[in-house]
Design a protein around this ligand. Structure first.
Ligand code: AMP
Length: 449
């Protein structure tokens, strides 16, 4: 199947071909024809499935099919839960629409409102916004949504989780009744269904498999290591394998900051990304990471949820998450149709129970790799992981706040000490795939803004 066969115009096909996409992903193959026909859509798809292009491409085409004369009003509105997602979606709109005369704008809070007001005086065909700031503009009457033809709610479940339902309803109230509605959500709770019922007319239902659940292309590994030697091991792995574009997860913001600083000192360009950072710092970190200037991005689960980065070559769990499902989300950032990804977990004696929970959830054992020189010291006993941190850093556990159950003493039941499954695993040294796995992943034009 090709993009052209889905009914997309030559300008759009050219733009996606330039991006290197050869064929539509399943959500694109299903959603594009429906949206082109003008129908409403309820899409069950999460980040990484190609959903953004799935709605952006036909949206652009629909707008082109009915050109307006004179000053164009805002004709398409995309609501997203976070600033980062708004920026990513708007970037996609610009990339895919690069051969079309349409103008887009992103709008989010946390930055000065005046440049946004100024931009709204000019032409904006497609507005990508977070609900809160959009509402500010509506209240100040600095935005006019009376001509919106297409509404997209992206990651609707997250918008509800973040408490945006009232804001969304206020926005809906000022939109024209006659319009096309597209709702995307990774989950379908009763709340989402209620929202969809009130919003969508005879929607097509399209659901694509949760991408990460059984993504065999993700090579998962466990590296047993002592608690205090994790950073040393991580530095060695990154340097030896020449890993680029590594997304590293820690449990706490504090841990993320500290690790990023230490890696930087080790000569590995790294930055932490989390809610305490300014918007400018986060945007800069993300842009540099995408263009591979920044080798490592250190994030907490919450922070990573707010950023749209996927198809990374390497995801590292510097610390295992307290909730096994978060492991699946984390490693879902790597790998995608047709290309491999690696998910490495540095696991110390405190984390054996977490590892078992994860393996139970994903219904498989993760291969263990013992790195020479990092033998686990059997004298070190497990300590409880308190408040999401086992290092007495005092960092709050990013909202999860649960403490772990009692530590396992000894570790006799763990696989790290002895080793039925260690022998055949790849040694750490020189076993990387290709010379610079990240090189193939570098995106072009990621910074142009
Ligand atoms: P999304 O789910 O929209 O966040 O997209 C995930 C990633 O897949 C993005 O980085 C896109 O650049 C990429 N992508 C989207 N569509 C395709 C495609 N048809 N072929 C290859 N990659 C794609």
């Amino acid at each position: 199947m090709t993009f052209a066969s889905l009914g997309l115009s030559e300008e759009l096909v050219r733009a996606v071909t330039e991006r290197g996409y050869t064929e539509p992903t399943p959500i694109q193959a299903q959603a594009i024809p429906v949206i082109l026909k003008g129908g409403d859509l309820m899409g069950g798809a999460q980040t990484g499935t190609g959903k953004t292009a799935g709605f952006t491409l036909p949206l652009l085409q629909r707008l082109m099919e009915k050109p307006v004369t004179g000053k164009a009003p805002i004709r398409a509105l995309v609501l997203t839960p976070t600033r980062e997602l708004a920026a990513q979606v708007e970037e996609s709109v610009r990339l895919y629409g690069k051969y079309l005369p349409l103008k887009s704008m992103m709008m989010f809070g946390g930055v000065n409102i005046n440049p946004q007001i100024k931009q709204l005086h000019g032409r904006v065909d497609i507005l990508v916004a977070t609900p809160g700031r959009l509402l500010d503009h509506l209240q100040q009457k600095t935005v006019n949504l009376s001509q919106v033809e297409i509404l997209v709610l992206d990651e609707a479940d997250r918008m509800l989780d973040m408490g945006f339902i009232r804001d969304i309803k206020k926005v809906l109230a000022v939109l024209p009744k006659q319009r096309q509605n597209l709702l995307f959500s990774a989950t379908f709770s009763d709340e989402i269904k209620l929202l969809a019922d009130g919003l969508l007319t005879n929607p097509a239902l399209i659901e694509v498999a949760r991408r990460n659940q059984a993504n065999e292309l993700i090579e998962q590994r466990v590296y047993p290591v002592d608690r205090e030697r994790k950073r040393e091991l991580l530095t060695q792995l990154i340097k030896e394998h020449n890993w680029f574009q590594v997304l590293v997860f820690t449990r706490t913001k504090h841990g993320a900051n500290r690790l990023a600083e230490q890696l930087d000192k080790d000569g590995i360009p790294a930055m932490a990304i989390h809610g305490n950072k300014s918007q400018a710092a986060r945007t800069r970190a993300l842009a540099e990471f995408k263009t591979a200037k920044l080798q490592v991005l250190v994030a907490t689960d919450i922070a990573a949820r707010g950023i749209d980065i996927s198809e990374l070559p390497h995801v590292v769990n510097f610390e295992l998450p307290n909730v096994a499902e978060d492991y699946v989300h984390r490693i879902g950032r790597t790998g995608r149709a047709g290309s491999e990804g690696e998910a490495s977990s540095l696991v110390c004696v405190d984390e054996h129970k977490l590892l078992r929970d994860i393996e139970r959830l994903i219904k498989r054992d993760i291969p263990v790799v013992n790195v020479p020189g990092f033998d686990v010291d059997p004298r070190i006993k497990a300590e409880p992981i308190l408040n999401g941190s086992n290092r007495g850093q005092g960092g709050r556990g990013q909202g999860q706040g649960r403490s772990q159950s009692a530590p396992r003493s000894g570790g006799g039941q763990a696989r790290t000490g002895g080793a039925p499954r260690t022998g055949g695993a790849k040694p750490a040294g020189g076993a990387g795939r290709g010379s610079v796995p990240g090189a193939a992943q570098h995106r072009s034009g990621g910074r142009g803004r």
